[in-house]
Design a protein around this ligand. Structure first.
Ligand code: THG
Length: 265
């Protein structure tokens, strides 16, 4: 599974404070800790409180790139911030994200091509977040159709079914798992799939337990990537064990430590 660390997000009060105070040490340690824990990429989001999100995003990118060398997932809804951020990246970037609205999607497909970035596409449009699997599949098919018209490979598209909180949308979670499985059938080569894992437990108790239960199930439904908290050890251990069960790594008595060693860069 391709792990994108979620912790550099101004949604967290401490991160918002560190951004406002230009606390480079705090941000860089969050970057290092996540990479050491197994993150393949880092999500970067200035959060809702940012007074100058463009300047904050560029500061965060520079700050993170000064200390780790993984890819960055630029998590912003603003097109100008996305473009200036992409221009600043040293590694192949990830656009997080576009919706399925054609005008928006077309702009982001061209941006992704221009900067050789991957593109996360949410299966939602102006009508909002789908309430069932069929609508998610319909939007996913439309995203892939538009991508093909723009000569953009499905390999570089991450379809996001939008994971909803268990306390408000419990009856949709199984449909989301099925969507993750069925998205892969919509094109050849297949698109990739992704979720923002922590969404599922927002406002709930026992967050880590809910997160890791869903993640191992999603892995079994073929999920390729997740934005998650890599510092949550029980979560990472469940993922490692789950992938071992799925025969993605070879079983041995110390498979958890063997896996962790293999990820050290
Ligand atoms: N899909 C895509 N990108 C995403 C999401 C997604 N980016 C943002 C988000 N969802 C994934 N990242 C987070 C980060 C933090 C939390 C949830 C998802 C979170 N934060 C605490 C909360 O809200 O309770 C903050 C607590 C605090 O203030 O300390 O849960 O779905 N493509």
């Amino acid at each position: 599974m391709f792990i994108i660390g979620e912790l550099i997000n101004g949604m967290y009060k401490k991160v918002a404070k560190a951004i406002a105070e230009r606390d480079k040490i705090y941000i860089q340690s969050l970057a290092q800790l996540q990479v050491e824990a197994g993150a393949d990429a880092l999500d970067v989001n200035c959060g809702p409180l940012s007074r100058d999100p463009l300047v904050d995003m560029l500061w965060l990118i520079d700050c993170i790139q000064d200390t780790v060398s993984v890819s960055l997932s630029l998590d912003t809804t603003r097109q100008n911030i996305m473009e200036e951020g992409l221009a600043r990246l040293k590694k192949k970037g990830i656009i997080n994200s576009t919706s399925a609205d054609t005008e928006r999607l077309e702009v982001y497909l061209e941006l992704a091509k221009k900067y050789n970035a991957s593109l996360i596409a949410l299966t939602m449009d102006k009508k909002g977040v789908p309430q069932d699997k069929d609508r998610r599949l319909e939007l996913a098919a439309s995203i892939l159709d538009t991508a093909q018209k723009h000569n953009f490979s499905p390999n570089d598209i991450y379809l996001d079914p939008i994971l909803l909180p268990i306390n408000v949308a419990q009856n949709q979670l199984f449909a989301i798992l099925e969507a993750i499985r069925d998205f892969k059938l919509l094109s050849a080569p297949s698109p990739k799939t992704i979720v923002g894992l922590s969404n599922i437990s927002q406002g709930a108790k026992d967050r880590s337990l809910i997160n890791r239960s869903f993640l191992t199930m999603a892995a079994a439904f073929g999920l390729d990537s997740a934005i998650l908290d890599p510092l949550d050890e029980p979560l990472m251990d469940s993922l490692i064990a789950g992938e071992n069960v799925l025969n993605k790594s070879i079983y041995c008595d110390n498979f958890v430590s063997a896996y962790k060693k293999s990820k050290k860069r």
